[in-house]
Design a protein around this ligand. Structure first.
Ligand SMILES: Cc1ncc(COP(=O)(O)O)c(C=O)c1O
Length: 380
C-alpha cells in the first residue's frame, strides 16, 4: 500500500461490533480479565489501550518500523529514550535542536550522571570527533530547529553503530512524508505529535518508532514504568490527523518553498534558511534525504532585533505563537520564544541570532501569506 493509503487504513479498521467506519475511542482505564491470571490483549491503559494501539500501528507502518509508542508529549518521548542510558554514559547531539531538548540534555541529564556533547551535526566529521567509547546515544534533529540544518542520517547511523551507540532522529519537522530515518539506518525516530501528526494545534503528543522490535519492547517497558503515555482522545485526534498528513505536508511545503524564494528576493531580508533553496548549505543532502524542503522557513531582517520584533508583531494571518506544523501559519522569534530555554551565549554561539524569525507555513493560500509578510516587512 502507498503511504497515504496506509495512513488511512492501517490500525484504523472498522469496529467489528458496530461496523462503525471510525474505530471508537476507548476511554477505559482498566480491562476486565477472564480470570485472575489471564488478561485480554489489554489490562491497564498505561500499559496499552486500543485507541493508542491503533495510532501506534499506523505510525509504525508509515515509518517502516517494528514498533511505535504514543507519548503524552514530544518531550516525554525524548526523555524515555534517554532512560536507556546509565550513569557515565555520553550523548552526542546537535546544536540546531529544539530548545526543550537542549534544556533536557544540558540542564537535566548532567545531574543524573550523563554527559552531553553538542556539535554541528550537519558536519559529519564533527560528529565523528565527538563520539567517545562512552557514547551510547547519538541524537540528531533533521531538519534542525530553527536553522533548518540538514544532518546526514546514514553517515550518523554508521558512526553511531561503529561506536556501539544508538542513533535517534527527531524528524518532527520532516514527518514521515518527507524523511523516514529508519530507512537510512537510524534506530529510533522521534516525533512531537503536537506538530504535524496532530496537525491542527489542538493536542499535545509524542511518538517513538523503532526499527527493531526488541528495542521497541525495551522502550515500551520504560514508558510503562515511567508513565508518560498518550491519552485516548489525543490518540484519536492523531489518527485522524495522519489521514491527511501527506496532503497537508506536501501542500504546505510547496507554499513554504514559494515564500522562501519570495523572501530571498526581498530587500529587507538579509538571510533565508530553507533546505529547499539551492543556496542552503544542506540543499543537496536534503534532496537525497527529503521528498521536499518542508514547511518551516527562518529568516533574518536587516536592522535591529527591535525591527524583527516589529515584523512578528505586525502580521495578521501569521499568528505570533510558538509551535509549528499545523494548518494555521505561525510566526515567532526563537531567541525569546521556542528557544528561550537555551542559555543566551550557547544560542548565539550556534548561530540562532537574536532577531531570527521562524515561520511555520500553514495551509492558507500562498498569495495571502505573501501579502501578510509584505505588509509586515520594512519597505526599504
Ligand atoms: C523539533 C521538536 N522536537 C521536540 C519538541 C517537543 O515536543 P512537545 O512540545 O510535544 O513536547 C518540539 C516542540 O516544539 C519540536 O519542535
Amino acid at each position: 500500500m502507498q503511504f497515504r493509503t496506509r495512513a488511512i487504513h492501517v490500525g484504523q479498521e472498522p469496529d467489528p461490533v458496530s461496523g462503525a467506519i471510525v474505530p471508537p475511542i476507548h476511554v477505559a482505564s482498566t480491562f476486565v480479565q477472564p480470570d485472575a491470571s489471564m488478561t485480554t490483549a489489554y489490562d491497564y491503559a498505561r500499559t496499552g489501550s486500543p485507541t493508542r494501539h491503533g495510532l501506534e500501528s499506523t505510525l509504525a507502518a508509515l515509518e517502516g518500523g517494528a514498533r511505535a509508542l504514543g507519548f503524552a508529549s514530544g518531550m516525554a518521548a525524548t526523555h524515555c529514550v534517554t532512560q536507556l542510558l546509565s550513569v557515565g554514559d555520553h550523548i552526542v547531539t546537535g546544536t540546531d535542536i529544539y530548545g526543550g531538548t537542549w534544556r533536557l540534555f544540558n540542564r537535566v541529564l548532567p545531574d543524573h550522571g550523563i554527559t552531553v556533547t553538542a556539535v554541528d551535526t550537519s558536519d559529519s566529521s564533527a560528529v565523528a570527533r565527538a563520539v567517545t567509547p562512552a557514547t551510547k546515544l547519538v541524537w540528531i534533529e533533521s531538519p534542525g530547529n530553527p536553522l533548518l540544518s540538514i544532518t546526514d542520517i546514514a553517515a550518523c547511523a554508521q558512526m553511531a553503530h561503529a561506536a556501539g551507540a544508538l542513533l535517534a532522529c527527531d524528524t518532527t519537522l520532516a514527518t514521515p512524508v518527507l524523511t523516514r530515518p529508519l530507512e537510512f539506518g537510524a534506530d529510533i525516530v522521534m516525533h512531537s505529535a503536537t506538530k504535524f501528526i496532530g496537525g491542527h494545534s489542538d493536542l499535545l503528543g509524542g511518538a517513538l518508532v523503532t526499527r527493531d522490535a526488541e528495542l521497541g519492547k525495551r522502550l515500551h517497558w520504560l514508558q510503562n514504568a515511567t508513565g508518560g503515555v498518550m491519552g485516548p482522545f489525543e490518540s484519536f485526534l492523531c489518527s485522524r490527523g495522519l489521514k491527511t498528513l501527506e496532503l497537508r505536508v506536501l501542500a504546505q511545503s510547496a507554499t513554504a518553498l514559494r515564500l522562501a524564494e519570495w523572501l530571498a528576493g526581498h530587500p529587507a531580508v538579509v538571510k533565508v534558511h530553507y533546505p529547499g533553496l539551492v543556496s542552503h548549505p544542506g540543499h543537496a543532502l536534503a534532496m537525497r534525504q527529503m521528498a521536499a524542503g518542508g514547511t518551516i522557513v527562518s529568516f533574518e531582517v536587516r536592522g535591529s532585533v527591535a525591527e524583527a520584533r516589529r515584523v512578528v508583531e505586525s502580521t495578521r494571518l501569521f499568528q505570533l505563537a510558538v509551535s509549528l506544523g499545523a494548518v494555521e501559519s505561525l510566526i515567532e522569534i526563537p531567541a525569546v520564544m521556542s528557544h528561550g530555554s537555551y542559555a543566551p551565549e550557547a544560542r548565539r554561539a550556534v548561530g540562532i541570532a537574536d532577531g531570527l524569525i521562524r515561520l511555520s507555513v500553514g495551509l492558507e493560500a500562498f498569495e495571502d501569506l505573501r501579502d501578510d509578510l509584505a505588509s509586515a516587512l520594512p519597505r526599504s
